[in-house]
Design a protein around this ligand. Structure first.
Ligand SMILES: NC(=O)C1=CN([C@@H]2O[C@H](COP(=O)(O)OP(=O)(O)OC[C@H]3O[C@@H](n4cnc5c(N)ncnc54)[C@H](O)[C@@H]3O)[C@@H](O)[C@H]2O)C=CC1
Ligand SMILES: O=C(O)C(=O)Cc1ccc(O)cc1
Length: 364
C-alpha cells in the first residue's frame, strides 16, 4: 500500500492531504505536527490515518512531504539524511524559498534519495489545519525545482498531487528565489512596513487607523500573514530580498525627488506606467490567490439590517469569507460587501437577496 508521510498539517499541508485523500482514498496518510489540537483535528476529520512523533512516520513512507516553516524544513532534510528510509521514497517540500532548501537536501540526495523541491503559489494569510481546502491550489502555479527533470519521480509526484489541479512549472532554485522574492516576499515586507509606519504615525490619534480606506486595506492585506512563517522566509532568502528592497527604496527616492521638485511630468509618468503594467494583470489573472467573489448590497441605515442579511445566508447554508461595511453614515444608506469563496455561493446569495428585494450589484 502506498504510504504518504506529511510533516506540518497547517494551511498548506492539510490542503495537500485533503487533495491526496480525494484522489487516492486507499493511500495511507501519516501526519505529524507539534500542535496537539491540529493532530486531533486531522485525525477526527480523517485527513490522516495516524499521527507519529516527529519524523518517525517517514521511515515507512513512499512519499515524504515537508510542510512546516522553511527553517524547520531545512532541519528536517538534514535529519532525514541520517535516517533509514525506503530506497524509492520521494521527498518533497512546499517551502516558499528554494536555494537553501536544495542545499540542505544535498546529503539526502548524496545517499541516493530523490528530493524534489516544490512550492505551490497559492495560499492565504490564514493559517492552520482548519483553513485548509482541497481546492486551495486550483489553477495556481506549482513550482518544481528542476534538479533532474527526466527522473520519473517528477511524474509520480504530479500524479500524487493531481487533485490539486495546479499548473506545474519547472524552474531552477535561483530563478525561483529571484521571482518569488520580487512578487511575494518584497510585497510582504512593504505591506508590513506600511502598516507599522501608519500605526506609528497615528500613535496619538487612534481614530486615524480606524479611518483606513479601501486602498490602504488592499495594499496591506498580506500584512496579516503569519509572523513565524514570514520571519523564516525572509531569513532564508535574505540576500535576494535585500537587493530587491534596495531597488524598491531607489524607486521611492525617485518619486520623492519628483515631488520635492514639483516635476509634474515625472509624477504623472510614475502613476501612468504603474497603471499600464497593473492593468495588464487583469482582475482574473492575479494567479496567486484563489479568486474571491464579491456582492455589493445597498442596505438601509436601520438597526438589524445587516443581521437580516447574514441570517438569510446562514439559514440557506451559504458561507461567507468576509463581510465589510462600506460608505455607511448616519444619514445615508450603506453598502455591504459580501465575499464568497465560490461563484456558486455568490449566485445562490444573489438570487435569494434579489428575491427579498435587495439591490444587489457585482463590480467585476
Ligand atoms: N501560507 C501560504 O500562503 C503559503 C505557505 N507556503 C509554505 O508552506 C509552509 C507551511 O505554511 P502554512 O501551511 O501556511 O503554515 P501553517 O502555520 O498554517 O502550518 C504550519 C504547520 O506546521 C506545524 N509546525 C511548525 N513547526 C513544526 C515542527 N517543528 N514539527 C511539526 N510541525 C510543525 C505548525 O503547528 C502548523 O500546523 C511554509 O514553509 C510556507 O513558507 C507555501 C505556499 C503558500
Ligand atoms: O500572494 C501572496 O504572496 C500570498 O500571500 C500567498 C502566498 C504566500 C506564500 C507563498 O510562498 C506563496 C503564496
Amino acid at each position: 500500500m502506498t504510504t504518504v508521510f506529511i510533516k506540518g498539517l497547517g494551511l498548506i499541508g492539510s490542503s495537500l492531504v485533503r487533495a491526496i485523500r480525494k484522489q487516492h482514498p486507499a493511500y495511507k496518510i501519516i501526519g505529524c505536527d507539534t500542535e496537539k489540537e491540529t493532530c486531533s483535528y486531522a485525525l477526527e476529520h480523517k485527513l490522516v490515518d495516524h499521527i507519529t512523533a516527529d519524523l518517525i512516520g517517514a521511515q515507512t513512507a513512499d512519499f515524504i512531504i515537508l510542510a512546516t516553516p522553511v527553517d524547520e524544513i531545512i532541519k528536517d532534510l538534514r535529519q532525514l539524511a541520517n535516517m533509514p528510509l525506503k530506497r524509492d521514497v520521494i521527498v518533497t517540500d512546499v517551502g516558499s524559498t528554494k536555494q537553501k532548501v536544495l542545499k540542505a537536501a544535498l546529503p539526502l540526495q548524496n545517499k541516493g534519495i530523490t528530493f524534489i523541491g516544490g512550492h505551490p503559489m497559492a495560499g492565504s494569510h490564514k493559517t492552520g489545519v482548519t483553513a485548509g481546502r482541497a481546492d486551495l491550489f486550483e489553477n495556481a502555479f506549482y513550482f518544481m525545482i528542476k534538479t533532474n527533470a527526466a527522473d520519473p519521480a517528477y511524474l509520480q509526484l504530479q500524479e500524487l498531487l493531481q487533485a490539486t489541479k495546479v499548473k506545474w512549472l519547472l524552474i531552477s532554485a535561483e530563478e525561483h528565489d529571484q521571482l518569488v522574492g520580487q512578487i511575494s516576499h518584497l510585497p510582504h515586507v512593504i505591506a508590513a512596513a506600511l502598516v507599522n509606519q501608519t500605526q506609528n504615525f497615528f500613535a496619538d490619534s487612534p481614530l486615524g487607523m480606524r479611518m483606513a480606506a479601501g486602498g490602504f486595506k488592499s495594499i496591506t492585506r498580506i500584512a496579516s500573514s503569519d509572523p513565524t512563517m514570514w520571519s523564516s522566509i525572509l531569513q532564508s532568502n535574505s540576500a535576494i530580498i535585500v537587493q530587491q528592497l534596495e531597488r524598491y527604496i531607489n524607486e521611492l527616492n525617485k518619486i520623492e525627488q519628483a515631488i520635492v521638485q514639483n516635476d509634474h511630468e515625472q509624477i504623472f509618468s510614475f502613476f501612468e506606467s504603474a497603471k499600464h503594467s497593473r492593468d495588464k494583470l487583469g482582475p482574473k489573472k492575479l494567479g496567486q490567490l484563489p479568486d474571491f467573489f464579491d456582492l455589493f448590497i445597498n442596505i438601509p441605515d436601520r438597526i438589524g439590517s445587516i443581521a437580516s442579511i447574514t441570517q438569510l445566508l446562514a439559514f440557506n447554508k451559504i458561507s461567507l469569507v468576509n463581510i465589510h461595511i462600506l460608505e455607511i453614515r448616519e444619514d445615508i444608506d450603506g453598502v455591504l460587501q459580501l465575499t464568497f469563496m465560490r461563484e456558486e455561493d455568490r449566485l445562490k446569495a444573489e438570487k435569494l437577496l434579489t428575491q427579498k428585494n435587495y439591490v444587489v450589484l457585482r463590480r467585476d
